[in-house]
Ligand binder design. Sequence first.
Ligand SMILES: [Mn+2]
Length: 198
Amino acid sequence: MASEYFGKVERKTGETDIKTTVYLNGSGDFNGSSTNKVFDHFLSQLAKHGSFSIDLSTVGDTETGFHHTIEDIGIVLGQAFLAAFGDKKGIRRMGWASVPMDEALAEVSLDLSGRGSFTFVTDLSEDLIVDLPGDLIRHFLEVFAIEARISLHVELRRGTNPHHKAEAIFKALGRALSYAVEQDPRRSSTVPSTKGSL
Ligand SMILES: [Mn+2]
């Protein structure tokens, strides 16, 4: 994968001011802040297990809660990943991963289809991870999938501890995305679609 596979997006609204840079061929490091330490921890899992570099700077109206901020991070990161996917020539396109964290087991299947859709088979809605509502994680993933134009299926097979459940999901997302963006050596830079474009 060439080092030019990156995306840089800045977005400023009346509620948030967010800047991000994403490198697919990265160091595995997350640098910066989402304003929420728990969410930073989960974004670090995405970067580490995807071998991406994710830089993020966030100013948000967190006095109203984390909803606006994490929603907008989903938009900005989704757009940055889409830019980093480029023309998708030679990539595997689909990716999947089943990742445990202790008693929790998360399965992520995705297709860089060019059409954003989101299917979520689990319930984090009742969970609160320190100060991060579980339903915001679901909402982040939804917005990310739509903006990155990924067909994204997230299924939690089992799990009890909310932190384990969420962390397994972000690790699986990292692994599945990492596989999908890899070059398939047999594809010789063609677009992996019978349509000829994605
Ligand atoms: Mn953890």
